[in-house]
Design a protein around this ligand. Structure first.
Ligand SMILES: Cc1cc2nc3c(=O)[nH]c(=O)nc-3n(C[C@H](O)[C@H](O)[C@H](O)COP(=O)(O)OP(=O)(O)OC[C@H]3O[C@@H](n4cnc5c(N)ncnc54)[C@H](O)[C@@H]3O)c2cc1C
Length: 519
């Protein structure tokens, strides 16, 4: 991806009408862009910040059917998600993995309930099952989870789900869509919608946040895929529209693996507030979460509340022999999920089904809200199909079910570089040509200087934050270490992208302000 050439592409097409403009570069928008370009539609995606800057880099990192929704009886939702889970694991094996979970059980009723429930979960996955679930004894549970408290434990129920790297999956989607001929731009904000004399939407007015240049861009179909920001776009369409969304915040903390010391994850199906809590190994750390706190404000940088962090630590302490304290927390990240607001009483909320909702306004704005990362492909397919059914696009068949992000033929010296997919060999080549770039940025993080160089050349990072938060996951893995490497990373980026000392200082200042949200 090269931003300059993509902007040139946009400028060259200003006089023409695009088939589709997608607003929003999270999982939903990127999935739609890939679906659209692979069907052959001329597609433009505009993201106001970086790809996956919003909720899509702040998930629990699970590719799952949602065991919780099974308990709620939403069998169709779970079955659909399990099928998408299977597809995502097949299509992006370099960014996903099969993760074993253990539910510790403390009553014989729970042993029965979760064993039967998870057998049903396996059954729903059908051919795409990731491994059978089964009950294990108390001693085998403690072998798998040596740091789990043993008191009152009857045993464990083992099951399998997928795990992934959310923002790297987002970048993989963006890269694939660009390779297939799409124009995807980060730091490009849609400020208003263009309408004709019949009040039909005919395009958008958008600003390049990097150059401040403004553009009027025409399209047959405009898709609002802005997650919790969807109401902002709705009110560009109909200024008097009532709010439909109220955000609810989910927080995770990241701990050193010494708090889990296991390759198995823990799933606590019912915490004190009735939520599910996970402790999942991820890149050598443990991600623990999440919470569910309704908020009044929507922000691109939501910040965890003190009480949310205390709740996660308190719950972890109940189950782990080595209780983590605040000083042990290496990162805190918060993400927003859209709850359905009652338009007549915006402060009242009810949990929307985790199923996505696709709507078309009177002026032709196609909006998609809700859903989950796991189902991004299916959501995209349904969104484009809806546009076709509404007569806004000519009929073309969806081809993403077997769209592979990774070719099996790729041979690599280092398995770790697999996260870069087919392109990983290019990073190895950089290291062969300049062995000094093979050095790690820090002993506590997996990344090398060569990765920073390659990302600058191919993955369109504009800021130091893009590099440390979403291209690498340094910020999410360990805030303090990410700060320690930030001057070196800024220097490498400046050299690659042609920036000066002033740019480096600006980036370092902005980054040091940002990290307050993650500590
Ligand atoms: C705490 C939490 C944990 C989760 N865990 C999981 C999980 O483990 N597995 C799973 O499958 N799902 C999970 N989910 C759900 C999943 O993360 C979301 O469904 C998904 O990321 C939503 O993606 P999105 O693209 O709709 O929204 P977002 O990722 O928020 O993207 C919307 C984008 O629109 C952009 N935008 C807004 N306004 C404009 C504008 N005017 N112009 C241009 N761009 C604009 C924003 O900058 C943003 O990047 C989780 C959700 C939460 C909150």
């Amino acid at each position: 991806m090269n931003r300059k050439s993509l902007i040139r592409d946009l400028q060259n097409h200003l006089a023409m009408q695009w088939d589709i403009i997608v607003i929003g570069g999270g999982a939903t928008g990127l999935g739609i862009a890939l679906d659209a370009v692979t069907r052959g539609y001329k597609t433009l995606l505009l993201e106001q910040s970086d790809f996956a800057k919003g909720t899509s880099s702040r998930s629990t990192k699970l590719v799952h059917g949602g065991v919780r929704y099974l308990a709620q009886g939403d069998i169709l939702l779970v079955t659909e998600a399990l099928h998408e889970r299977g597809r995502m694991l097949k299509n992006a094996p370099h960014l996903t993995s099969n993760q074993e979970f253990v539910i510790p059980v403390y009553t014989w009723w729970d042993v029965f309930f979760y064993t039967v429930g998870l057998k049903f979960y396996d059954l729903l996955a059908g051919r795409l099952s990731m491994g059978k679930s089964y009950f294990i004894s108390r001693s085998r549970t403690l072998e798998r989870l040596p740091l789990l408290k043993a008191e009152g434990l009857k045993g464990g129920v083992v099951y399998h789900d997928g795990q992934f790297d959310d923002s790297r999956m987002a970048i993989a989607l963006a890269m694939a869509a660009v390779e297939k001929g799409g124009t995807l731009l980060n730091y490009f904000k849609v400020n208003s919608l263009l309408k004709d004399e019949k009040n039909r939407i005919i395009g958008v007015r958008a600003k390049d946040n990097d150059s401040d240049n403004e553009y009027e861009i025409h399209a047959k179909l405009v898709i609002n895929a802005t997650g919790v920001f969807a109401d902002e776009i709705h009110s560009m369409d109909e200024p008097a529209s009532k709010p439909t969304i109220r955000p609810s915040q989910g927080v995770h903390i990241v701990l050193d693996n010494s708090f889990l010391e296991s390759d198995s994850a823990i799933m606590i199906p019912k915490t004190d507030d009735g939520r599910v809590l996970f402790a999942i190994p991820w890149y050598g750390k443990v991600v623990v979460g999440t919470t569910d706190t309704p908020l009044d404000e929507i922000s691109l940088e939501p910040r965890a509340l003190d009480e949310e962090v205390s709740f996660i630590l308190r719950t972890a302490e109940k189950y782990l022999t080595r209780p983590p304290s605040r000083e042990d927390v290496q990162c805190i990240f918060a993400g927003l999920r859209p709850l359905a607001a009652n338009p007549d009483n915006p402060s009242a909320t009810k949990e929307v089904s985790r199923r996505h909702k696709i709507t078309i306004s009177r002026s032709g704005l196609l909006s998609i809200v809700g859903g989950k990362w796991t189902s991004y492909r299916r959501m995209a397919e349904e969104t484009i199909n809806k546009g076709i059914r509404a007569g806004m696009l000519d009929h073309r068949k969806c081809v993403t079910k077997k769209f592979s992000f990774y070719s099996d033929g790729t041979t690599l010296k280092s398995d770790r570089l697999k996260i870069y997919g087919d392109k990983a060999a290019e990073i190895e080549r950089i290291t062969e040509e300049q062995p000094e770039l093979g050095e790690k940025l820090d002993a506590g993080l997996p990344y090398t200087k060569a990765e920073i160089v390659w990302i600058c050349r191919k993955e369109m990072p504009l800021t130091l934050e893009d590099m440390l938060a979403r291209r690498t996951r340094a910020l999410f893995l360990d805030v303090r270490t990410s700060v320690a490497i930030s001057p070196l990373v800024a220097r490498i980026m400046a050299a690659e992208l042609g920036y000066d000392e002033v740019w480096q200082q600006q980036q370092l200042t902005a980054y040091s302000q940002l990290i307050a949200n993650y500590m």
